[in-house]
Design a binder for this molecule. Structure first.
Ligand SMILES: Cc1cc2nc3c(=O)[nH]c(=O)nc-3n(C[C@H](O)[C@H](O)[C@H](O)COP(=O)(O)OP(=O)(O)OC[C@H]3O[C@@H](n4cnc5c(N)ncnc54)[C@H](O)[C@@H]3O)c2cc1C
Length: 455
């Protein structure tokens, strides 16, 4: 019998979990694993070159099955997928965009993960302001701590593992680093997730573990505050102004100045829908994000395509692992009952987290019109507002056409969500599904040179 061919796009927790199940199935399968990173592991597992893979269970080198053939395509980005008579032609390019090639498969599991969400504030384009994920990656992957007085500001649980990594790596390096976590929401909002905690008792231990760690290592925590401004003197960050978030989720205009030489921000994650939109998969709004619609087996609206991980809704690596396993088990027609129960518990927990950490209201009102919103093309908040008010922009896509916001190297991955909210704010439109579907369509989903195209 000819081998089934499956492409896994994205080798993070979801993709690697799918790979594990395919390998364990003892079926004759050819798997093409494609990831733009030079190493597998996704955003969650960022081990160093030569270090053992942190999760031995999902380490692809531990697969012993001889029935499965795994072709690895690392440092390789998918920029287009064609659906030709029931099979898929996946066009890829090397990271530099220069070398392109095509892979043909019958089935696809899309697990392209998420990008970080940041909110702008005064001077957020200064050197020394970065996303919490970038700080995490510098510390975890490269053992670099780029500051001595670090402020991690934003909303959501991600600040906790980042603060922990910074403290652990800096003590290993013998560096004296102070870390302050500024959280927009109150810790008391956790009661809203008490039911989900009961179904996920390990999460209680995890949360308590983080709080103990913070206390023991002198990590300062300020809640119900946001960073309004980064103070810069002679090109260097010297402090941040933290203001109080009020009970109606608006924020004060004045606050306290805290010492800082590096600021990392994190306001959650946004599903990376680039390839999902190229394939025209059905999407829906979920916690204000556009996500891929899947059935109970992670099948998408397109026959032969499954989706798993953050692109079906932000939920963390454990949920991504469950979803990847369910998708793969469906492909090999095996039962995934126990994974579905895990997924149910984890989804409940993720839903609770989304309720605990909404983006604080008033972030748009608090911004000066001169603040840069799209960093690649240097488009200001005022220009985005003007495109909605005077030129008729009604979505991030139309605002892009008027202002170039989202046309730069990151292709809107950083600013698009914020542009959309400013447009909605100016036009007072409600966020709806069609809008979410419209925002993310890019016919070419990655960097590819003309030379690469002609290969
Ligand atoms: C910057 C960042 C740092 C994070 N760090 C942590 C952390 O330390 N701890 C934590 O609990 N959670 C972290 N998260 C949250 C994380 O997204 C999830 O917990 C988990 O990694 C989700 O797994 P996933 O498989 O859905 O996606 P991911 O782990 O994001 O994996 C998706 C993979 O798809 C690849 N990909 C995307 N598009 C393409 C394409 N067109 N072609 C080829 N490959 C593609 C990416 O390179 C990536 O490796 C982080 C998220 C981000 C964005």
């Amino acid at each position: 019998m000819p081998a089934t061919s499956v492409a896994i796009i994205g080798a993070g927790p979801a993709g690697l979990s799918a790979l594990r199940q395919l390998a364990d199935s003892k079926r004759a399968i050819r798997v093409e694993v494609i990831d733009s990173n030079p190493r597998y592991g996704g955003q969650y597992w960022r081990h160093r070159e030569g270090d053992p893979f942190p999760e031995s269970d999902l380490d692809p080198t531990s697969h012993s099955s001889t029935d499965i053939r795994i072709n690895w395509h690392l440092s390789t980005s998918v920029w287009q997928i064609e659906n030709v008579a029931g099979s898929f032609r996946i066009h890829t390019a090397s990271s530099s965009g220069e070398k392109s090639s095509t892979v043909e498969v019958e089935k696809i599991i899309i697990a392209t993960g998420a990008t970080e969400r940041t909110l702008p504030f005064k001077n957020w384009t200064a050197p020394g302001v970065m996303s919490a994920g970038a700080l995490q990656s510098l510390a975890k992957e490269y053992q670099v701590i780029p500051g001595k007085e670090i402020v991690i500001a934003g909303s959501g649980v991600f600040a906790l593992p980042v603060a922990k990594t910074i403290k652990e790596v800096s003590s290993k390096l013998g560096a004296d680093v102070n870390v302050t976590v500024i959280e927009a929401q109150s810790i008391f909002r956790w009661w809203r997730n008490s039911f989900a905690f009961l179904l996920n008792p390990s999460k209680i231990l995890e949360a308590v573990g983080y709080l103990f760690f913070m206390k023991r290592h002198g990590v300062k925590r300020l809640s119900k505050r946001i960073v309004r401004e980064v103070k810069v003197e002679t090109g260097e960050i010297v402090g941040v102004m933290a203001v109080k978030v009020k009970s109606d989720l608006s924020s004060d205009t004045t606050g306290e100045m805290l010492a800082a030489d590096l600021v990392a921000t994190s306001f959650g994650f946004v599903p990376d829908m680039t390839l999902a939109s190229i394939l025209g998969l059905e999407r829906k709004n979920h916690n204000d994000d556009a996500v891929v619609v899947v059935d109970s087996n992670q099948r998408t609206s397109l026959k032969g395509v499954w989706a798993a991980g953050e692109i079906t809704g932000i939920g963390g690596h454990e949920l991504a692992i469950s979803e990847g396993a369910i998708a793969a088990l469906d492909i090999v027609q095996k039962s995934s009952k126990s994974w579905k129960w895990r997924r149910f518990r984890q989804q409940l927990f993720a839903r609770g987290l989304a309720k605990i950490y909404p983006i604080f209201g008033g972030w748009i009102e608090s911004l000066d019109d001169s603040t840069i919103l799209c960093r690649c093309e240097e488009v200001s908040v005022g220009e985005i507002k003007q495109s909605a008010r005077e030129l008729g922009a009604d979505s991030a896509r139309t605002a892009k056409l008027f202002t170039r916001a989202g046309m730069g190297l990151c292709q809107g991955r950083i600013c698009q969500r914020n542009v959309k909210e400013i447009i909605d704010f100016v036009r007072k439109d409600s966020k709806n599904v069609s809008d979410a579907n419209r925002e993310t369509v890019r016919p070419i989903g990655g960097v590819v040179t003309l030379g690469g195209l002609s290969d």
